[in-house]
Design a protein around this ligand. Sequence first.
Ligand code: IVH
Length: 692
Amino acid sequence: MSRNDDIQRMRQLEQELDYHSQRYYVDNAPEISDFEFDALLRELQDLEATYPEEADPNSPTKRVGSDLTTEFESVEHRYPMQSLANTYSSEELGEWIDRIVKELGDVEFVTELKFDGTAISLCYENGALKRAVTRGDGRRGDDVTNNVRTIGTIPLKLRGEGYPAVFEIRGEIIMPYASFDRLNREREAAGEPLLANPRNAAAGTLKLQSSQTVAHRGLDCTLYHLAGDNLPYTTHTEMLSVARGWGFKISDHTAICRSREEVEKFIAYWDTERKALPYATDGVVIKVNSYAQQRTLGSTAKAPRWAVAYKFQAEKALTKLVSVDFQVGRTGAITPVANLEPVQLAGTVVKRASIHNADQIAQLDIRLGDMVYIEKGGEIIPKITGVELSMRPTDSKPFEYITHCPECGTELVRFEGEAKHYCPNQSDCPPQIVGRIEHFVKRKAMDIEGLGGETIELLWQNGMLHDIADIYHLDPVQLASLPRLGEKSAANILEGVRRSKDVHFERVLFALGIRFVGETTAKYIATHFLSLDAIASASVEELAEAEEVGEKIAHSITDYFANENNRRIVESLREAGLKFDMEIKQPTSNALMGKSVVISGKFAGRSRDDMKALVEEHGGKNLAAVSANVDFIVAGENMGPAKRQKAEKLGVKILSEEEFMALIEGAEPIETETVAEPKTEAEAKPIQGTLF
Ligand code: IVH
């Protein structure tokens, strides 16, 4: 792998990890397992260690994760809520223990279960629950006090005495399997989407608007950490037992271990026994018991050095593969889904599992009638991970993968280097049509409210929608006359359609659903080319000049515009009035005219995006990386040391937030009349708008 490949991979990993953190923390709907997420994160960490100067200051490796939503008041944690370093390897764990023993000599470890829920910080003042705050980004979280008050195991008033006047106690809000199963049964009966796992269910429940509903959801809370000034306890276990006396629920499943072997024994025991617990756990947390020793070890920016989480491998179950269905996605990609004999796995009954593609079937030699191993990750649907060959029926035959689309009968194709089969019949294969329209209207694309999957299906069945362009030619009367719709919903849809014409160009580009052009890639391409026409007429080589665009994406874009049907759709969208050009904001002053600026770190007064917007408003250009072309860097808190070093080496000026503000504050506004008419074509070229 060349340096360029590595760096491209870093950018790709950053994007993927950001996407999956969002799915996990904000949407509560993860698409990959923790194990897979951690593997990606580690890969990025390794690359960042090799190329520190290329590490993004906002890299997902620097984040604790965020679950901030707009509905709850965001409050600052008095003590930041740190995460834990984690490992799946007992070897790594052993090394961690050895290191600590070497550093501290005589040391006691406390081993605890790692509860699989959502972290909470409870603030008590004079023995009364004052506030409950989610982790958020570790510095600020959401105030969910009203919802937390409904959780029976959390004391509203403390028992006994001797508790500090003000302290925060932290723990995990969990949804026991019994509550989780009941909730999903209710959701299934109501036709609502099922929750992936108890962790997501707990996190989602905490963010409900109605605390009454929360109260019925049967949440529970176990506490494991105390934060405060001058706490009078000397060990973690002492604190736990005292806190138990105040009325908190503290786990009984803890132990004091004095060696690596004792820790391993605890882990081995709970790796099996946890299956009998009424709630989900995903590992063991190992902590140094003595507070004095904890202080000696200290913390990194992200996590304490005195604790580590050992994560269990996912639970497995063995069951019979009954049949395989083939689903067709919006891009025509075929995904096989296995139907299984129902089996209990990690607290729930499983009937379906995903198998990613034909290669995986061939590689694992999965056959109908086989007994297969399944594992749950973060997804609703678990995965088939292996076959128990010793139980294979004697008459079994290798699996024959389909050759034709199960929906439209077209012969399937396979693209070079791709594991999936595709149905090439883009214009007439029903799930592709409906899927593309669903993609087009979704929130991050054209954001057309009222047009959900079912409505799209209904419109398609009634011959009113064949492609995304038809959305702009819907007939109000015909729409309102459809069963289940009515005038109000029809008006709602049409209003959404009308408003979508204001959606910015980069989102329109994303909404087109060009293969491999995701949200972020669309932004890069839009920023580089500034208009759809420029993109449509660019060659593969020209496309690949844009940041983040490799050959695969470039080919996919040229293929898209080479297709006559796509060109017709694009023209129809243009006529409908969609934005096909990047909006370039005219600068309001000349203060930074011609200057290239890097904004780095966190700022006290404003967000990084606001800082970047200021650069553009004053005529400057934002650059992402430090190079000799940069005029100055505005450094906030915690700008990476690698960046600073590089800047110093290149002699690039570093300004503080205050210095930067002083630079632009006195700037003379540009008078619109005095802006000269461009004379030459080169001058007429719009200023390149920079999004990042
Ligand atoms: S201690 C400063 N103990 O796991 C250390 N965390 O992956 C605070 N968790 O953020 C954390 N069980 O939400 C600790 N027994 C336990 C835990 C535990 C679950 C969660 C917690 C933490 C996350 C890290």
